[in-house]
Design a protein around this ligand. Sequence first.
Ligand code: PHE
Length: 344
Amino acid sequence: MDKILTVQQEALDAIAAADNLEKLNAVKIRYLGKKGSIQALMSEMKSLPKEEKPAFGQKVNVCKQEVSEALEKRQAVLEEGALAEQLIREKIDITLPGTLKTPGTTHPLLMIQQELEDLFLGMGYKVAEGPEVELDYYNFELANIPKDHPARDMQDTFYIDPNTLLRTHTTAMQMRELEKAEGKTPIKLICPGKVYRRDDDDATHSHQFMQCEGLVVGEHITLTDLKGTLEFMANRMFGEGRTIRFRPSYFPFTEPSVEVDVSCPFCNGKGCSVCKGSGWIEILGAGMVHPHVLEMNGFDPEKCSGFAFGVGLERVAMLKYGIDDIRNFYTNDARFLKMFDRFD
Ligand code: PHE
């Protein structure tokens, strides 16, 4: 019986002395565990004479009860203490300076794209989209550039397989839209997007760049409509007072084809370093949709006609913002991009 009291006292002292939860848990195992001292007392009971067993058993149970209760109380106290300590340790000092997070800005190429979209949506055009991984069929065949046609060399192509490629011009989307229209007019759309060519990257070339295609097909669409539309665009993009001029050119999918110049916005056509003294800056390629292209896409070239143009967004952005290296658009140097937040 004395032994029980001794064990009990030892346990209670150990509980009181435990100053953290870890130590307390060790005490719990030492006294209440399967191989603990109190369990050992229980097994001792077997060797006692029968009449002493009940009193002994009762005493051990009381001991167990007391120790358990003391443990629980101590645990509550220690837990509370640990929480208080954690709250102090993890207190947030709201007076410390924070981490500055600067918001991004619209990418200059996206700005140009959105400007063009606004401008043409305002004239009743719709904005079409198409895949960057394109079939040879839409990129070349339907655009009147059959296999082995020398015009394929005009655009050095990244091929995925003999029939699939990374589109070399947004004209591929134009072909998809023509086909989709199933001969029905009018068609009025622009298709902005990324295009790819096997160019070596330098200050003015990039193997990936952006274009925006425009396409109008209907009755009595003439070259004059094309000129008026492009002049309007030039004025909106480069400021009022711009004039444009057409120079004869060649594209397999347009006839006639033209190269379009805008009067230099920097010197007003007088001649400066940007326009190399000519007063004109070349901005895009355009023309009347080739009758054969209309035919291949299910339109009757006797009944309808159309114009198309393709403008390079990098070129427009470089002129507009005075950027002299095309690579700036893709390297994502935050200092470069930051310059455009005032246009946002
Ligand atoms: N697809 C031509 C190019 O990439 C541009 C263009 C589009 C020309 C539409 C005429 C008509 O150079």
